[in-house]
Design a protein around this ligand. Structure first.
Ligand code: SF4
Length: 351
């Protein structure tokens, strides 16, 4: 097959279930063939049409002519002492993306990337170093999930949770991300409950309305990482465009429309975000909102020079949060020994 013929073909994982059904209907084939194809793709996770044994040879040939399987390839895989596995994948255009499998006693989570590189340049995140290259396709997102599920199965575990917290801003690639989520969530797809799927965002306010209108029960995590404009400006350039006050108003509106709690991601940096003033101002900012704070002690990234606070500083900070009445969780560091923080493996490979 010539490269131009290849370029015209779509990866079969880029098709929604409706699109597969329409394709089958246009071939005047029996409607149940669509269900059979979907089962092979997402229940069995096959890598070729030839493995779809209950399809007639003619249909398999036709599918081979119209679509392709273009799986992402593992370039590196590192396993942490705590069981976290980090994958660095090669895409067909030599771009690289990271995916993380995080097994704990009660759940197995896949942390998925949605873009190659990132344009938002948060000042604590290795993914933003080097800028944005392109959006990932729906297929490239799904291949990450399928690979992690396969890895989990090898360890007799079931992939139960998906977080879109890898490289990239999911709301900046919303169509492909939502298409992938529908397949991940569908019972005949990967069957992962919407409440076990978390979309993380820097706070692209104009997209919140569209998100709220989806009518899906996924979780929304908003990267706050600051307690006022001055502190957030230091860490998140996006705050100059969408300041904290506007962000909080948009979150109130999102909660009003969806009746769903928002999680605010909040990085703990020694002397910057983990201070008494920060706790008090956070209390004022988020007062009365249906939300929780997820506290994340920072991972040192050499480009930025931030230091995580000590255990004592974190204890003092959380005591203050208790006093101001904020609900919070403290994220346990996972995979520290394998650069599990967002973008670190990709960045080390680039270097
Ligand atoms: S935290 Fe998210 S939005 Fe910010 S630079 Fe990293 S990947 Fe991009």
């Amino acid at each position: 097959m010539t490269p131009s013929q290849m370029a015209r073909k779509r990866d079969i994982h880029d098709l929604s279930f409706e699109e597969i059904s329409v394709y089958i209907a246009e071939l005047s084939d029996r409607p149940f063939r669509a269900g059979q194809i979907i089962k092979w793709l997402y229940e069995e996770g096959v890598q070729s049409f030839d493995e779809m044994r209950n399809l007639p040879a003619e249909l398999r040939q036709r599918l081979n002519g119209d679509f392709l399987f273009d799986p992402i390839v593992v370039a590196r895989q590192v396993v942490s002492v705590d069981g976290t596995i980090k994958f660095l994948f090669d895409l067909t255009d030599q771009q690289k993306v990271e995916t993380v499998l995080i097994p704990t006693s009660g759940r197995v989570t896949a942390c998925i990337s949605t873009q190659a590189g990132c344009k938002f340049g948060c000042k604590f995140c290795a993914s933003g170093v080097g800028g944005w290259v392109r959006n990932l396709t729906c297929a490239e997102i799904l291949y990450q999930v399928l690979h992690v599920r396969q890895e989990a199965r090898k360890h007799q575990r079931r992939l139960s949770h998906i977080v879109f917290m890898g490289t990239g801003e999911p709301l900046d690639n919303l169509d492909n991300v939502l298409k992938a989520i529908r397949i991940i969530n569908a019972p005949q797809g990967l069957g992962i409950a919407a409440r076990h799927i978390t979309l993380s965002t820097v706070g692209l306010i104009p997209v919140f309305e569209e998100l709220a209108d989806q009518g899906m029960q996924f979780e929304l995590a908003v990267s706050l990482h600051g307690y006022d404009d001055a502190s957030r400006n230091l860490l998140m350039p996006i705050n100059k465009k969408y300041p904290v006050g506007e962000l909080v108003r948009a979150c109130h509106e999102y909660i009003r429309k969806t009746n769903r709690q928002i999680t605010f991601e909040y990085i703990l940096i020694d002397g910057v975000t983990c201070t008494d003033e920060a706790a008090v101002k956070l209390g004022r900012l988020l007062k009365g909102m249906l939300c929780k704070l997820n506290l994340i002690p920072c991972n040192p990234v050499s480009e930025f020079g931030h230091k995580p606070p000590t255990k004592d500083q974190i204890r003092l900070f959380t005591e203050r949060l208790d006093e101001v009445g904020l609900h919070y969780t403290l994220r346990r560091a996972r995979g520290k020994d394998v650069s599990a923080a967002c973008g670190q493996l990709r960045l080390s490979e680039k270097k």
